[in-house]
Design a protein around this ligand. Sequence first.
Ligand code: AVJ
Length: 345
Amino acid sequence: SNFDVTVIKEENKDEALKQFRLHVIQGLSRPQKQLSSMYFYDDVGSELFAQIMDLEEYYLTGCEMEILRTHSKAIVENHLGDVSDSEIINVIELGAGDGRKTRVFLTALVIAGVKFEYIPIDISYRAMTLLGKSLEHHFERDALSVHGIVAEYIEGIRFVVDSRPRKSLVLFLGSSLGNFSKSGGVAFLREIGSTLKQGDLFMIGTDLKKNPEMTLRAYSDSLGVTRKFNLNLLSRMNRELGTTFDLKKFKHYASYDPMDGTAVSYLISTEKQTVYMNTSGATGNGDEPERHEFVFEAYEAIHTESSRKYTVESMHSALNSIGFAVQETYYDSQHWFADTVAKVV
Ligand code: AVJ
């Protein structure tokens, strides 16, 4: 495939490190300690997430893969059937990861003869490069035209809409919306809708409410990969911020709230302990060295992630109330996961 990248947001390593440090200081100084799941995805964390996607117990990836394998042809026909032969469309993807799911959908577009530019948006330049490599490996050089955008999602979409005034289809797969709070998620969807043009399309993957034991197992797998993924946040802080977390003194704990429909992950301190963070040398910017300490009581928890589950009805009414018109929802054979296509009105 042809692969090109535009960097809108220069990665500023010093600034990112500073923000991470501030986030940790604030998050661990609260009465209820918390860290953002956003920080899971350093190189080690991204690799662990790829391993999670291969787990039987983490059914989400397999289900969405089945949906795309089974229904991509129909999705293209049903929602892009009216695109004229001469028209080129933007296929924008928010957070494509390693592209294994997208590949299936892109192949269906190629087979159907739809003319499109594939435009993945990701905040990580490295993730974008890896995605480009993977696509180059799987598609013929001229079969696919890829233009990656390194940016935050909304600013990336805005850039695409401004620089390529064509019909757009935005993909937001994997149930990634689940990491947002309820109101934060709705606000984010609303922003996507208002950035796009009337008639543009949006396809969103959502994990559905199901037997709570199944959901819980997806976040506390028997091989302990999710445990490693969660604990890597502590290693990352040790590596990048010089904190003194002893990984043997924290355990991964996941729970599922069936009322709220949310899987929640925690890191729990197994004993009373104090963890230190020395900022001298961590930034190297000449600031006065500071030493922070974080006291953990025995069995005190850090909230690290919430993964929200949905009913199709709630997803439909949310989308329909914020400027979209739901077109169709596609399911895997067990109805565990859903991909919903909506149109901007
Ligand atoms: C990438 C946000 C969809 O919440 O299911 C997997 C991340 N966390 N196992 C999810 C995750 C623990 C995943 N998302």
